[in-house]
Design a binder for this molecule. Structure first.
Ligand SMILES: [Zn+2]
Length: 460
């Protein structure tokens, strides 16, 4: 009895201890993988968060002695790590998941996806699709994503409401599409979108010319100038297939990368998705121009587009991130799978089991992705002063037992479903798999209803 009183008094005195800084949230983990420059792992570790920012990462005792948090998340049997960064997707395309599989890119795009989009894309389609994609991303540990699509302002609103961080590019393409009859209209849309969202704390607006083979020179140059004028990112698809290389060589006597260099397209904050078919000179251009590259191993394998030279990119020091691509060519948004497949594809294509080790794959999904998006000062690792974007992952499944090396488990055995908690900008979006910012049942019901209209429109 007496001992109990002493313990109770000790607890009270700790809580009342003067000098402890009041903060909003502490998350206590089994291991905290920081992804800082030294790849520090604190085990056991804790992350102190105040408002939108990480205040400190340290041992649980040290954090408890220094801070008094109004909310605590207990992740002691879990791994805490930076939220995953998906550097390439088309969020609303989750509505085309499984609609046209087992096709090569140009057939898939021109016979199925472009016609389906012409019949079904609307602000409502984009809103419902983005909410479904956001739900999947929150549930599988993605905290930031880069997007290219139509009606991007609707995507931005849905992303912000879900609490996710987004680098969102308004698509510009030469032929008439749902939100613009001409590229000039698309450019005007992009400018209005930039003005509406340029000061948002979660959304980075961007300009997204679809590709060099779907836009003429004047449009590509106008896109680059618009991005430059507002200091926002410029996002495009690059050198995805051998067909694209053939088109560029026939029309411009150059590779896609060299052609874009020749028209002054590459500038600050440029992100190129895929970069599968690049020469050594192309890689040198991308490095010199600081272009971030989004590697999409699953989409590239599914469409049989090829294997990007990941080893060469890393050796050259190119900022390399990882992406899922849209769900029509993947077919999910799970970044854990993207890490695993990136590693396997590199090993397989290089005939080298050391081509992309687990740590390098995790780097690409976190700090590497942040670099590719020119956001490494604010996200991508768990360090004081950065935004509090982090996840906690269960490692208790039979397939994760035993646990010798946390990074190995994250890349080679963990799935998106193992994520327990997702935090963005200091806000808890999911706790113990309960998503707080979206009504899960309503999001799924809306998507299923909309799918009936898609089915009718495309005759499936
Ligand atoms: Zn894409």
């Amino acid at each position: 009895m007496r001992a109990c009183v002493v313990v109770a008094l000790a607890v009270v005195s700790l809580a009342m201890q003067p000098g402890r800084r009041a903060i909003s949230l502490v998350i206590i983990g089994g291991a905290v993988i920081t992804e800082d420059a030294r790849h520090s792992v604190v085990a056991p570790g804790a992350v102190a968060i105040d408002g939108t920012d990480i205040v400190e990462v340290g041992a649980p005792d040290a954090i408890a002695a220094r801070y008094r948090a109004s909310d605590t998340i207990d992740a002691r049997d879990q791994i805490v790590l930076p939220g995953l960064i998906n550097t390439h997707t088309h969020a609303p395309m989750v509505m085309y998941r499984g609609l046209a599989d087992d096709l090569a890119l140009m057939d898939w795009l021109q016979k199925y996806i472009f016609p389906a989009e012409a019949k079904t894309v609307s602000p409502e389609f984009v809103r419902i699709g983005t909410r479904l994609a956001a739900l999947e991303m929150i549930e599988s540990g993605t905290t930031t994503y880069a997007d290219m699509y139509y009606f991007e302002e609707e995507i931005a609103k849905a992303t912000r409401d879900a609490g996710l961080r987004g680098v969102l590019g308004q698509t510009i393409i030469q032929f008439p599409v749902a939100d613009a009859k001409t590229p000039a209209e698309g450019l005007a849309r992009a400018e209005a979108f930039i003005k509406a969202f340029k000061d948002d704390s979660l959304i980075v607006p961007a300009v997204a010319p679809h590709a060099m083979y779907t836009n003429d020179k004047a449009t590509l140059v106008a896109c680059a100038e618009l991005a430059h004028r507002y200091g926002v990112p410029l996002i495009t698809h690059l050198a995805e297939t051998e067909d694209e290389i053939r088109i560029a060589r026939e029309q411009h006597q150059a590779t896609p990368t060299a052609y874009l260099e020749s028209i002054g397209f590459w500038g600050a904050k440029t992100l190129a998705a895929h970069g599968v078919w690049v020469t050594d000179e192309d890689i040198a251009i991308l490095k010199r121009r600081n272009v971030g590259v989004a590697h999409n191993p699953e989409s590239n394998m599914k469409l049989a587009s090829g294997a990007a030279p990941v080893k060469k990119y890393l050796a050259a020091g190119v900022a390399l991130g990882l992406g899922t691509d849209g769900a029509a060519s993947n077919n999910d948004q799970d970044m854990f799978e993207a890490m695993r497949q990136a590693s396997f594809l590199a090993k397989h294509s290089e005939h080298d089991p050391t081509a992309l080790p687990a740590q390098a794959a995790l780097d690409m999904a976190t700090i590497g992705g942040a670099r590719a998006l020119s956001m490494e000062r604010t996200i991508g690792s768990l360090e004081p002063g950065k935004r509090a974007d982090l996840i906690a992952v269960s490692v208790n499944a039979s397939r994760q037992t035993p646990l010798y090396e946390p990074v190995s488990h994250l890349v080679y055995t963990t799935r998106g479903d193992d994520v327990r908690t997702t935090i963005v900008n200091g806000k808890v979006l999911m706790k113990e798999r309960q998503v707080r910012t979206l009504d899960r049942a309503a999001v799924m019901a809306d998507a299923r209803r909309l799918a009936e209209r898609v089915r009718a429109a495309v005759g499936r």
